[in-house]
Design a protein around this ligand. Structure first.
Ligand code: GRF
Length: 202
């Protein structure tokens, strides 16, 4: 399955996906292109070092979301992307764009959804005083972190945690959960009935 990845930041989740690809742990998924919307971001550098095709498309030159998404779809279409993976891509995507991938669009969010959607999710959880936090891999729909949940991982919040230490503990789980879940999707082990997503272990 041809996978495209979009990112905007440092790209540690992208790196986990690239490492999985190199070790064979993503198969039958294959990352065919990495796109970024922020020039010079770490994710772009990581993809180039891994010798995966890349493109950089800034959203700034576009009149509206639809125009940007149309250009994005054209870039991804050149690589026949079947499944799109968002690894820290900080843009809302339009419904028409989301529907153009046969195997959907998948995101990772650093909280146990539906709690703490949106930005600074780890800070939201830390400030709230939860005892367990974590991360969620989910299909993307038209809302903010509101699509069907595929997989989650939980971490404890420890008494001497800072926002930073909690963020790092969550990130450690993200790097395991994301490649493993993308591999399951690529292997066709995921079935979906409405909002409910099941992983079929074979
Ligand atoms: C991660 O925390 C991810 O959950 C969120 O954005 C962050 C990206 O970090 N969607 P990185 O660029 O992968 O290091």
């Amino acid at each position: 399955m041809k996978i495209g990845v979009l990112a905007s930041g440092g790209g540690t989740n992208l790196q986990a996906l690239l490492d999985a690809q190199i070790s064979g742990a993503l198969a039958p998924g294959q990352i065919v292109v990495v796109g970024v919307n922020v020039e010079g971001c770490g994710a772009l550098d990581r993809a180039q070092k891994a010798e995966v095709p890349t493109f950089c498309l800034s959203h700034k030159g576009f009149a509206d979301r639809s125009a940007f998404d149309a250009a994005l779809a054209a870039e991804l279409g050149r690589f026949d992307v079947q499944c799109l993976v968002l690894a820290g891509f900080m843009r809302i995507l339009t419904p028409g764009f989301l529907e153009s991938f046969d195997h959907g669009v998948i995101n990772i969010h650093p909280a146990l959804l539906p709690a703490f959607p949106g930005i600074h999710a780890q800070k939201q959880a830390f400030d709230y005083g939860v005892k367990f936090a974590g991360c969620t891999v989910h299909y993307v729909d038209g809302g903010v972190d509101s699509g069907p949940i595929i997989a989650q991982a939980v971490v404890p919040v420890l008494p001497d945690d800072t926002e930073e230490s909690l963020q790092q503990r969550i990130l450690g789980q993200e790097h395991k959960l994301f490649p493993a879940t993308v591999q399951q999707v690529a292997a066709g082990r995921v079935s979906r009935v409405g909002r409910k997503v099941f992983l079929n272990s074979k």
